[in-house]
Design a protein around this ligand. Sequence first.
Ligand SMILES: Cc1ncc(COP(=O)(O)O)c(C=O)c1O
Length: 442
Amino acid sequence: MNQRADFNTDLEGSSFWMPFTANRQFKKTPRLLARAEGMYYWTPEGRQVLDGTAGLWCVNAGHCRPKIVEAVKRQVATMDFAPTFQMGHPIAFEFAERLARIAPAGFSRVFFTNSGSESVDTALKIALAYQRARGEAQRFRLVGRERGYHGVNFGGMAVGGLQANKRMFGPGVAGVDHIRHTHDPARNAFSRGQPAHGAEFADELERVCALHDPSTIAAVIVEPVAGSAGVLVPPQGYLERLREICTRHGILLIFDEVITGFGRLGQPFASQRFGVTPDLFTTAKGLTNGTVPMGAVFVRDPLYETFMQGPEGIELFHGYTYSGHPVACAAGLGTLETYADEGLLTRAGSLEKYWEDAAHSLKDARHVVDIRNCGLIAAIELEPRAGAPGRRGYEAFVSAFESGVLTRVTGDIIALSPPLIVEKPQIDRLFAAVREALQAVP
Ligand SMILES: Cc1ncc(COP(=O)(O)O)c(C=O)c1O
């Protein structure tokens, strides 16, 4: 067992302040994972748990894949760290080149970060700096969307649209506005793939433009499929319309692909799946298969060229100590090799119909009010228990875990996003476990 022999599983009073966790509740009744391989985790007691969430939407190739493990081992023993400020190391250049090869045409520039949150803040800063570099410094506004999740740093928190993530942290960033979300259960409940109704929600951007004067807006950021707020799939025609409005007003469009990147929707990136091209897009998670923290912002070539035509010297005063960290780049190269060997960047496409049918087979399950899916993502939305929103979802999550299946829950929405190596019998097991969990909870 891969576990420290002296580990004390009595966690009440533990020093670890856990992120996005009800610490007191968790430490009384912990759920621990100690080992992982392929589609599975094992608890410290040796109980097997099917991973229905690719860790946290990140382990797209499955756990502990040999090429990634070897690449990390090799790199950490060869050169553990080297700076990328006015210095360089070959593996960072190599990884950027390889990423550019799988990116949509015209995105041959990559800026490295260490997480999704850092990718988002980096993309917002590049957008503002680009507008200034091209002589449009009056474009200082950033527009996000209700129910958007763009991480937890100040920029991402500001453009994000989740009240719980903002209310404790003061006024935030100035000059931010939001368009409405795309969720419309009255017209779109139980849609398969992209819902038919709601392209017109993109016109909300025209309202925000009219309110502020479009020439003051630098960028709009959206998740192509909103993940963390409960899997909101873009209505047919919505992203196209958003693109068209941005182009017309000289506003940059940023896709936050932290979840959708690296094959989740059956193409390397969501922009390829939906046929809509942003100006910048953010990634993290699947970039290194979750093994070493890393993020990357992809930038359209004309944006990069604009910076390179500016005054000599440092073109962008931005970067992290660990931007292009050699061990993360090694993990990323091992990840891309694994994706290529096994066709994982497109495999979700071949499983999507089976996945969709399995998800929608829960339509008659207890408590279910909506089911949504796209690529290898599904959400099962439950009717909240009267007076206790989120409680039913949480209990279903615990019940599924106890039966050996890891799901993810946001309020009363159960989200599933397994590693892209998932096989059909494992898909059956996932949805059967959710059905049983729903039967078990009041
Ligand atoms: C769309 C999106 N953006 C940003 C983030 C933040 O990523 P991280 O937790 O790596 O900072 C997430 C995390 O789930 C995400 O889903």
